[in-house]
Ligand binder design. Structure first.
Ligand code: ZN
Length: 245
């Protein structure tokens, strides 16, 4: 079974977010040892699970959760507890090794954030930065945290998750974190190595990082809170993503 064919099967999960598909690809391509994905119960979950099993990936099913439809792309950070409510989504922990999938689920359910970050293959420097901070930054905080002099680095820009165009799975320790850049570049290289119609679709999505300007883009987002944004300087990318089709 060729890896390229495997990537293409995952790309084809087009009822799921780009974020979810890249998380699964990370595991298949050994970019990261495990991933946590959130799928809607029913058709999306069925399609995902079928594909994951076909690729011989191990899956641990976690707890159900509620997600507002508008924040799906950033689901990992906005899961709401399912106490007594109807939950339409479910967390899945995916890895090539059963033990890793189970350890990822355990760390998540025990709220051991650093252990979870390590299981998910996040860079140690970035795990440390979040631990020191006490919590992952909010999106509006990220606008300032990951930019300098009116520029953001498209390889280390978690705000792009708002548009399902995030190239990285985690919050980096800084916009110049080398380990973070390595993950983003590995994902981009892999995307363009696959010869399929999905490659173009993916490239278009992520190439949007070359042109996004903030906060104008954020203003357009429905859950933007103008008051919190205040007088942000418009942000533009520091440089264009290197890879081109
Ligand atoms: Zn880092």
């Amino acid at each position: 079974m060729s890896l390229e064919a495997s990537y293409e099967r995952v790309f084809r999960l087009d009822s799921s977010s780009f974020q979810l598909r890249l998380d699964v690809i990370d595991v298949l391509a050994d970019i990261r040892p495990s991933a946590r994905i959130i799928v809607e119960k029913g058709a999306e979950a069925r399609k995902c699970v079928e594909t994951l099993l076909f690729e011989h990936l191990e899956i641990c099913v976690g707890s159900s959760c509620l997600i507002s439809p508008g924040i799906l792309q950033f689901a990992d950070h906005h899961c709401i507890s399912d106490q007594g409510k109807q939950c339409n989504f479910v967390r899945l922990y995916v890895s090539k090794e059963r033990g890793r999938a189970e350890a990822t689920k355990a760390a998540d359910e025990l709220a051991q954030d650093s252990a979870l970050g390590a299981e998910l293959g996040y860079p140690g420097c970035c795990i440390h930065a979040v631990r020191k901070r006490g919590a992952v930054p909010k999106i509006l905080e990220s606008l300032r945290l990951y930019s300098a002099g009116g520029r953001y680095d498209p390889y280390a820009w978690p705000v792009a998750h708002l548009y399902d165009a995030g190239l990285i799975p985690h919050f980096p320790c800084s916009m110049s974190c080398q380990d973070t850049h390595r993950i983003a570049q590995a994902r981009l290289r892999l995307m363009i190595s696959v010869d399929s119609i999905y490659q173009t679709q993916f490239w278009r999505r992520f190439a949007s990082l070359n042109t996004m300007v903030y906060p104008a883009e954020v203003d357009a987002y429905p859950w933007n809170r103008q008051k919190e944004l205040g007088s942000y300087t418009p942000l533009a990318p520091l440089y264009r993503l290197e890879v081109a089709v």
